[in-house]
Design a protein around this ligand. Sequence first.
Ligand SMILES: [Ca+2]
Length: 285
Amino acid sequence: MKLSTITSHLSRHSFSLVHFGRLRVPLSGLLPSLVSRLSSLVCILSSLVFTLSSISYAEAPRVEPTILDSVPHETSHFTQGLSFDGKEMIETTGLYGKSGLYRRTLDGKVLDSARLEERYFGEGSVVLGDEIYYLTWKSHKAFIYSRKPFKYKGEFRIPTEGWGLTLWQDQLLMSNGTDELLQIAPGGFAVSGNIKVRDGGYSIKLLNELEVVKNTLYANIWQTDLIAEIELPSGKVLRYIDFSKKAGEIRDRFPGVDVLNGIAYDGKDFWITGKLWPQIYKVKF
Ligand SMILES: [Ca+2]
C-alpha cells in the first residue's frame, strides 16, 4: 500500500479526530492499546510525509501571505470546494453522510443548500454557466446541479478519484491526488489531456483544492500548509504560498480542525480556509 493511500485512508475518513503530529486519526471505538500502537505508526508516517514534503518543495521560493480580514466559517463544514459566484460563495463539503453543496454570503448566511446521499463523499466543485459540477471522492461520479436554485440535473462518470475542480479557459481542470491535473471537456466529462505539475525535477503530488486566476493555477497540497502557484499550461510551480504560521495558530487554538483546504478568488483578493476551520481568511500574496 502506498504511503499516500495509507495517510489518505486515515485522514479522509476521520469523524472524531485526535492529533498525532501533522496527521489526525479517528479516536472513537478504539482500545487504548490500539490507539498507542496506531499513534506510533502515524508518527512514523507523519515524519515520512514531512520528509518527503521537504524534499519535494526544495526549488521554488516560498512567500508568506498577508492576512487582511476574516469571516466566520461553519465548523461542521469539511471543506472540499470553495469559489465565488458573484459576491456569494459556493462551498462543497465532504465526509460520508455529511457532504453538501452550499451557497453562502461572506458573513455566513446560507442561501441555498443540497445534500448528497450518505454513500457519497463529496469533493471539489466548479460553477460553469448555469450549472455546478460537484465531484465525489471514490465513486467515479460527478453530480450536476442547476446554479440557481440548486436542483439535481444529472451526473457524469469520472475516470479517477475526484479531489479538486476548477475552470481554465474552456476546459475543466481536475485534481485527483496525483501530480497530474486532468483536462476535461465540459459536457461529456471526456479527458482531453493532462498537465503534470513539476518543481524543477520534482513531481508535486497530492494537489487538492484549486483556483484559477487567468493563466495561473493555485492548488493547496494535501497534508501541508502550502499552496502551489502553478503556471498554465506548463505545470511549472512558480512559488509556494506558505500558510503554516496562521495554520499552526489555528491548530493550537482549535484542536478539532483538519487540514487547509479551500481557495477562492473574488476578483481582487484570495479567501483561504480549511476543513472544519472556524474562519475564512482574506489574504494577499
Ligand atoms: Ca477553489
